[in-house]
Design a protein around this ligand. Structure first.
Ligand code: IPD
Length: 276
C-alpha cells in the first residue's frame, strides 16, 4: 500500500474513532435503558458493543470497501492483507457497571504488521493515535513511555479474563509483587496498553488476550519508545495469546520476574481448550 493510501486511512481512522467514541458515550449515559447479557462467565455484552461495531464497520466499508475487518462481535469479514482490527467497547465489564474506564480500539494491519492505531476513551476526552514510524500522540501531544529503570518502583497492569483459570493469574500477581513492583487491574486491556505508551504505568501483562484488545495499544507503545512481545508472530490474530509490554528500562527485569520470557507464554485460554 502506498503512503497516500495509508495517509487516507490514517485521517479516516481518527474521525471514525472519535465518532464511535461519541456514540459509545451516548449509550453509556443512558445505560440503564440498555440490554446487558453475558457471553460467558464474567464476559459482558451490551447493546452498545454491537451498535458501535456496526457503526465502525459501516464507515470502513463505505470508505475502504476492499479492506477486511475483524471485530470482536462480528468476527472477520473480507480477505486480503489489509485488515482493521476492532474492539467497539473494550472494558465492557466497566461499561456495564457504570464505570467510565472503557474505550474504542481500532488497529490497522498490513499482513502481520501494525500500521495505524486509534484508541478513544470518550469519558476521559482522550484520543490516542499512532502511525508506524511517525510516533504516537494523545490529543495531539507526543507520548513517551516511562523512563523508570527499577522494577521495584514500577506499576504493572495485570489483565485477567474468565477465559483463564484463576491460578495462573494469582501466581503472576504473586511473582510481580515479589519483584517489588505493584500491580493494578482496571478492566480494559486496550487502555492498559495506552497507559504504558503514555508513561502512566511501566508495563502490561496478560496471559491470554484477544487481537482486538491489543492491536492498537501495541503500536502506541512501540511508537512511544516501548517494547512489546511479537503478539502477531504466530496465530495471535485469530486466536489471541499472551501479551507483555514494558518501558525499556524494566523490560528484562519484568520478563524475568513474570516468567513470561520467550517460550514460556503458553497458557491456553478456556476458549482454546474448547477448540473455539
Ligand atoms: C476485555 C478487557 C479486559 C481484558 C480481557 C478482555 P472486553 O475486553 O480488555 O481488560 O483483561 O482479556 O477480553 O471484553 O472488555 O472487550
Amino acid at each position: 500500500m502506498n503512503t497516500r493510501e495509508l495517509g487516507r486511512r490514517e485521517k479516516a481512522l481518527a474521525w471514525i474513532a472519535r465518532d464511535a467514541g461519541q456514540l459509545a458515550r451516548r449509550f453509556f449515559l443512558k445505560r440503564e435503558k440498555l440490554s446487558v447479557s453475558l457471553k460467558g462467565t464474567q464476559d459482558y455484552l451490551t447493546e452498545a458493543d454491537g451498535a458501535v461495531e456496526r457503526f465502525i464497520v459501516g464507515r470502513l466499508a463505505r470508505d475502504f470497501p476492499h479492506d477486511a475487518v475483524l471485530g470482536e462481535e462480528g468476527g472477520r469479514k473480507g480477505a486480503g492483507d489489509a485488515i482493521w482490527v476492532i474492539d467497539p467497547i473494550d472494558g465492557t465489564e466497566n461499561f456495564a457497571h457504570g464505570i467510565g474506564h472503557f474505550c474504542i480500539s481500532i488497529g490497522f494491519m498490513l499482513g502481520r504488521r501494525l500500521q495505524l492505531a486509534a484508541i478513544c476513551a470518550p469519558m476521559y476526552g482522550e484520543l490516542y493515535l499512532a502511525r508506524r514510524g511517525r510516533g504516537a500522540t494523545l490529543n495531539g501531544r507526543r507520548m513517551k513511555v516511562a523512563a523508570t529503570r527499577r522494577l521495584g518502583r514500577s506499576v504493572i497492569e495485570l489483565g485477567w479474563s474468565a477465559r483463564l483459570a484463576a491460578r495462573p493469574y494469582t501466581a503472576l500477581v504473586e511473582r510481580v509483587l515479589a519483584s517489588g513492583a505493584t500491580f493494578r487491574r482496571a478492566g480494559s486491556g486496550a487502555l492498559g496498553l495506552a497507559y504504558v505508551a503514555d508513561g502512566r504505568t511501566e508495563g502490561y501483562c496478560e496471559l491470554h488476550i484477544n487481537a482486538w484488545d491489543v492491536a492498537a495499544g501495541i503500536l502506541l507503545i512501540e511508537e512511544a519508545g516501548g517494547w512489546c512481545n511479537d503478539f502477531f508472530a504466530g496465530d495471535g490474530l485469530a486466536r489471541g495469546g499472551a501479551v507483555i509490554a514494558a518501558a525499556p528500562g524494566i523490560r528484562s527485569a519484568l520478563l524475568a520476574a513474570t516468567g513470561m520470557a520467550k517460550g514460556n507464554m503458553t497458557v491456553r485460554s478456556r476458549n482454546r481448550r474448547r477448540g473455539k
